[in-house]
Structures are given as C-alpha cells and as structure tokens.
Design a protein around this ligand. Structure first.
Ligand code: FPP
Length: 237
C-alpha cells in the first residue's frame, strides 16, 4: 500500500524510555541519560510542529516514578524546570499549547510555579498541543474522571442517564482532543506502563530498541511512515 496516500497521525504519544540504560552503557551516572533525553524532547517537539502534528503526548514522570531515589527525582524536576525556562518562548512563538496530564499539586513549589507559568504563557497556542504526563497514571486519570462525574451527579449537575463516551472524555486530561493514533515506545520494552489507557483504545503501537537519548528525527519519521502504511479498521472490515 502506498504510504503517501495515508493520513498523518493526528495524535502521537511517546513513552520516553531508556535514559538510564543509555548512560549506564557509557559508564555515566543515570542523570546524564536524562539530560541527553531532554535534548531529544526538544528535537522531537520541533519535528512534530514541523510536520504539523496537532497533538503530541510525552510521558515525563509517572505516578510510579516516585519510587525512584530522591536524588534522581530532584534531578528530573530540575531538568524540567530548565527546559521550561529555556524553551517556553520558542514553544509560544511556534503556537504550541502546553497541557499537563497528571496531578501537579504533588510537585515541589518551584517546579509547579514554572509549570503554571508555562501553561499560562502558551494558553493561546493553536498549532499544536503538547501534553506532558507529569505525576501521571492512566488508571488515576480514569478514577479521577469517575470521582468527578460522581460528584457532579450528587450535586445534580449531571443526569446519570446522560453519561456517554463524549461526557466521560470531557473529564479526562485530554478533554477536546482526538484519541491517540500512534503510541511509540523506544528502549525495547513491550508494555504500556499505565500511559493513556483510555485514549489508546485503537492506537497503533510502534516499538523500537533505540534508547530515548538516541531517538532522533529519523526514527520518529520511521515510526510515522510505518503508521501511515497500516490499515486501520477500528473493529470494522
Ligand atoms: C525513562 O528512562 C525516562 C524517564 C522516567 C524520564 C523521562 C524524562 C525526560 C526525558 C525528561 C523530562 C523532561 C521534559 C522536558 C519533558 P529510564 O530512566 O526509566 O531509563 P531506564 O529504563 O534505562 O532505566
């Protein structure tokens, strides 16, 4: 099948994995892997807006990542802070709207403050939505939606008979966004690790052994071309 006849994905999700292994293989501390990983975040975000991908979702920190040593967590937060300080202007100029998936109230004050500022500064972006999973878990997201809907029902704001897919989806972090078309996971792991469980119902999966710090624009395009060659039937014929 001619891939250039097929549509581009509207929504791509990436589980950025393999930073630690990339560093360990080079005899370096894991933090070097994360630092290099942030450079790929920038490369891939730039490539996504060059390709006019309207929605990009990146898994930066899961609800399970709190189990890591405090030093590594602190380092990840500092890297995120630096990224926001350095690149928020570029994102804003390129029409990128930042959206956080996850409960940021658990983050330290400085990180939270910079995230909130970035959300505000990019709030008018119309070209691409950049979802970043921060203290994010797909199961938590679904449970939160259920609890919020139950609360609205109790308050008389929602009629239980009106609960359908569209109403439920409006309670997710990806409110008003299309479902995930393509899920990319580098580093050789074949699992979804609690990422966008609801949104990936009909996603195409693309796995690669490349570690995230080596994941460049060429690999990203390879995943997209593979996606474009697939026959998506959504349960139909
Ligand atoms: C997985 O690699 C990676 C993470 C848990 C962190 C991903 C975060 C970033 C790339 C930086 C986030 C920053 C921005 C700007 C969004 P791993 O440590 O689990 O690697 P391993 O499986 O090889 O140990």
């Amino acid at each position: 099948m001619e891939s250039n006849k097929k549509e581009m994905p509207k929504h791509i999700g990436i589980i950025m994995d393999g930073n630690g292994r990339w560093a360990t293989k080079r005899g370096l501390p894991r933090t070097y892997g994360h630092k290099e990983g942030v450079k790929r975040v920038l490369d891939i975000v730039r490539e996504a807006y060059r390709l006019e991908i309207p929605f990009l979702s990146l898994y930066a920190f899961s609800t399970e990542n709190w189990k890591r040593p405090k030093k590594e967590i602190d380092n990840l937060m500092i890297l995120l802070q630096r990224f926001l300080v350095k690149y928020i202007e570029e994102l804003e100029e390129n029409g990128v709207k930042l959206n956080i998936m996850g409960d940021i109230s658990a983050l330290d004050g400085k990180t939270r403050e910079l995230v909130e500022l970035a959300l505000e500064r990019t709030s008018k972006g119309t070209k691409m939505v950049l979802n970043i999973g921060l203290n994010y878990g797909g199961q938590d997201e679904i449970l939160k939606a259920v609890a919020d809907i139950a609360h609205c029902v109790k308050e008389g704001q929602i009629d239980p008979n009106s609960i359908d897919k569209s109403l439920f989806e409006s309670f997710l972090y990806t409110k008003c966004q299309p479902p995930l078309d393509l899920l990319i996971r580098p580093s050789g792991e074949l699992r979804v690790s609690n990422f966008m469980l609801y949104q990936m119902a009909y996603s195409e999966f693309w796995f690669s052994n490349v570690l995230w710090p080596d994941f460049d624009e060429a690999v990203f395009n390879e995943a997209i071309e593979d996606y474009r060659s697939r026959d998506r039937r959504f349960g139909g014929l």
